[in-house]
Design a protein around this ligand. Sequence first.
Ligand SMILES: [Zn+2]
Length: 272
Amino acid sequence: MPPRTAVFFHAHPDDEALLTAGTMAMLAAEGHRVVLVVATAGERGLADMEPGEELGRTRLEELYESAALLGCARVECLGYGDSGLSPVGGVADERPDNAFIDADTEEAAGMLAAILREERADLLSIYDPAGGYGHPDHVQVHRVGRRAAELAGTEIVLEATVNRDPLVKLLRMAGKVYRFPPEFDVRTFESAYSSSETITHRVNVRKYTRQKRAAMSAHASQASGGDSDRTLAVMLKVPGPLYRLVFGTEWFVRRGLPPGTRLRHPLDPSPK
Ligand SMILES: [Zn+2]
């Protein structure tokens, strides 16, 4: 396969580590150019540090470290404000003026499209329409990403997701022998992400789970202390063998393929 360029668009630093790190590391190892773009610096993420500019700077530094571990050739931040999450979930009332959720879709898509054109990207990775577990910034990544691919004429658009069916089953089984932290609620996975039959790409990334775990660890501000529901902190507590099972596959939906399509490589069917 000739070298291609893949752009991974994420909402916040650490999303790349959780959702697409294995695929990014695999593509880079195969000689493709991998570019990481985040919409925000994640300055309102849950951390020991107060939300704000300093946290944003720390999180971007963590992002560069994670990107280097995964073999990314370029990292960009669109510079929008982290919209944050309301304590009960959903859109927070108080948010910065330039919150990503309030961004003009055309304007944001234009910025991303400029990168896609400059890179002559063959592939853009975004999120499913529900934004995975529903963070408003993640829903916005879907909207902005779709439009950017249209503007730039990017051939392959993949929606990074999680196959919730085996995950829920596995987590239920694991819950019998392994005590999850109390804030970890398996039920939140039952309506999130995508069901098995809608998934077109199952990428085996077991060879890259070490890199993926290292990328997660690079986001130290998101994985330490506190009592809030932190996906990353919870994920890093998952023991090694279970980690490879849970994180050894990454899932994507490519729209417009015939029903029942099951592919293994993100660049299949290959771009023209
Ligand atoms: Zn996020």
